[in-house]
Design a protein around this ligand. Structure first.
Ligand code: NCD
Ligand code: ZN
Ligand code: ZN
Ligand code: ZN
Length: 427
C-alpha cells in the first residue's frame, strides 16, 4: 500500500485536500484527510497538486515503421516524463501499414513488450479493407481523407463504406482535410498554410459530420484548428473532437522562428484563429498532441508534424499559471474527457476504484523545456527553451512510481519497457 500524504487532489470539477491511499492492486483504495494505512509506504506531497495522469489519445510512435524516429520504449518514456500515463497510437503508414489483422497483431505484440505506459492501438482504414477492419475486433478505426502516399488513405466513397461497416458505437477517428481542394490550391500557392487553408479542413469536417449524422455513428475528429469546426461538432451527440496544443500555443507568427520545423497538418493558423481556439475550450474539449516525431533531416525534406506527448501537460500547467485555464479544466480536457470519450472508465479521474494513475505537480517550480529533457528519440521540439512553471515531480501508473522528476525538467523514467498494458474500452 502507498499513501500519498497532504496533496491537493484535482478532479474535473473540484480541488480537495486529501490523502490518497493506493492498494496493492494498483487502484485507488480510498481518499480523505489523515489517512493512515498499516504497512504502507508514505509519499510526502505537502504543497503538491495531484492530478489524474494525462491520456494522449493521438500519438504516432512509428513502431515498427521507422524506429529511428521513435519506438514504443522512447515514445512512452517521453509520455511519462510529461505526466502522460496512457496513449492511443495511430496506425502506421507502411512497413507494414496497420491495415491488416496481422499487422495489427504484430504491433500489439511490439507495444506489449516495449511500452512503458498503457496503450491502445487503432486499426487503419485503406481503400478496400472495410470488412477486415470491421471484423478485426479493434476498438477504434483511423481514416485519413488526405493522400498519405501509403495504403492508409481513403477516398470519400471508401470512407463512407468504412463509416457504414465499422461497428457504430466504436469511434472512427478522422484526419479531416479535403484532398481535392489541396490539389487545386497546389496549382496556385507554395506556402503550406496557404495550400491547406481553413476551408480544406472545414469541407472535410462537414463531410464527416454529415455522414455521422446520417448513420448515427460514433465519430472523433482529430486535431481541429478552427472554431467553426468545433461549433459544428457540438451540434451532434455522437461526435467528439480534439485540439492539438501546438495549435493553441503556436501560430503562423511562429513560422519565422521555426522555419522548416513549423510544418504540420493541419497547418498552424493565424493569430485570430488561435485566439478563437482558446475561447472554444469547453466542457467537451479533448487535448491530444498528434505526437508526430520526425528526424530533423526529414523535417528539412518537408515532413509535417511535431513531437508533443512530452510537452502537453507542462504547457497546459503553464497556461494555468498564466490564468488562461484552471487546474480542474486541465484535469478535464487532458484526462477525464479522453477517458470518457474512448470508454476507458478505469482512468481519467482520481477516485476510489480507479487506476492509480497520478501526477504530482509543483506549480511553483520553473524549468525549461528542451528536446533533451523531453526524451523523444526525434531530438527536437518546437518549444525548445520555453520556460514554464509547474514541474512534474512524480508520475504513478497503476500505483507504481513510473517517473520521478528532479524538479528542473529532468528526471528518471522508472517504468521499464513492457510495463505498459493494453487498455480495453468498455463498449
Ligand atoms: C502526422 C505524422 O507525421 O504522422 N503529421 C502531421 O503533420 N500531423 C500525420 C497526421 O496526423 O496527419
Ligand atoms: Zn492527422
Ligand atoms: Zn496524427
Ligand atoms: Zn520523417
Amino acid at each position: 500500500m502507498i499513501v500519498i500524504k497532504g496533496s491537493r487532489v484535482v478532479t474535473h470539477d473540484s480541488i480537495i485536500a486529501a490523502d490518497i491511499v493506493i492498494g496493492d492492486d494498483g487502484k485507488i483504495a480510498t481518499m480523505g484527510r489523515g489517512m493512515r494505512a498499516a504497512r504502507s509506504e508514505r509519499v510526502e506531497a505537502e504543497g503538491l497538486f495531484a492530478l489524474p495522469a494525462a491520456i494522449d489519445s493521438h500519438v504516432h510512435f512509428r513502431d515498427p515503421e521507422d524506429v529511428s524516429k521513435e519506438d514504443f520504449s522512447t515514445g512512452s518514456a517521453s509520455a511519462l516524463c510529461g505526466g502522460v500515463a496512457a496513449i492511443m497510437d495511430m496506425p502506421n503508414y507502411r512497413n507494414p501499414p496497420t491495415t491488416t489483422v496481422s499487422a495489427y497483431r504484430q504491433k500489439l505484440q511490439i507495444a506489449s513488450s516495449k511500452s512503458r505506459c498503457d496503450f491502445l492501438l487503432r486499426f487503419g482504414a485503406s481503400e478496400h479493407n472495410q470488412q477486415e477492419a470491421a471484423e478485426s475486433g479493434a476498438p477504434q478505426l483511423k481514416v485519413f481523407l488526405t493522400d498519405t502516399k501509403s495504403e492508409l488513405s481513403c477516398s470519400k466513397q471508401a470512407a463512407i463504406s468504412h463509416f457504414r461497416a465499422f461497428p457504430r458505437e466504436k469511434p472512427v477517428c478522422v484526419h479531416a482535410e479535403e484532398q481535392s481542394r489541396i490539389e487545386e490550391r497546389q496549382k496556385h500557392y507554395r506556402a503550406h498554410e496557404k495550400i491547406r487553408d481553413k476551408l480544406v479542413a472545414r469541407y472535410a469536417s462537414e463531410f464527416v459530420l454529415e455522414q455521422a449524422r446520417k448513420l448515427n455513428r460514433r465519430v472523433h475528429l482529430c486535431h481541429l484548428t478552427t472554431a467553426l469546426e468545433i461549433e459544428m461538432c457540438r451540434q451532434l451527440p455522437n461526435v467528439t473532437y480534439e485540439i492539438n496544443p501546438a495549435h493553441l500555443f503556436l501560430s503562423i507568427s511562429d513560422l519565422k522562428r521555426l522555419g522548416f520545423l513549423g510544418k504540420v497538418n493541419p497547418p498552424l493558423r493565424d493569430r485570430r484563429e488561435q485566439a478563437l481556439l482558446w475561447r472554444c475550450i469547453g466542457e467537451d474539449t479533448i487535448i491530444a498532441t498528434d505526437h508526430a516525431p520526425h528526424l530533423i533531416s526529414h523535417k528539412l525534406e518537408g515532413a509535417p508534424g511535431f513531437p508533443g506527448v512530452g510537452t502537453m501537460l507542462p504547457l497546459m500547467l503553464n497556461a494555468v499559471r498564466q490564468r488562461r485555464l484552471t487546474l480542474e479544466q486541465v484535469a478535464r480536457i487532458c484526462s477525464y474527457n479522453p477517458a470518457r470519450a474512448f470508454r476507458i472508465f478505469s482512468k481519467g479521474e482520481i477516485s476510489a476504484g480507479a487506476d492509480a494513475d497520478i501526477v504530482l505537480v509543483d506549480m511553483k517550480k520553473r524549468w525549461k523545456i528542451t528536446a533533451e529533457n523531453r526524451l523523444s528519440k526525434c531530438g527536437w521540439t518546437p518549444f525548445e527553451g520555453w520556460e514554464v512553471r509547474g514541474s512534474i515531480e512524480k508520475v504513478f501508473l497503476r500505483g507504481t512510481l513510473a517517473y520521478e522528476g528532479d524538479g528542473k525538467g529532468g528526471g528518471e523514467v522508472l517504468a521499464k519497457p513492457g510495463f505498459g498494458r493494453e487498455m480495453k474500452p468498455r463498449q
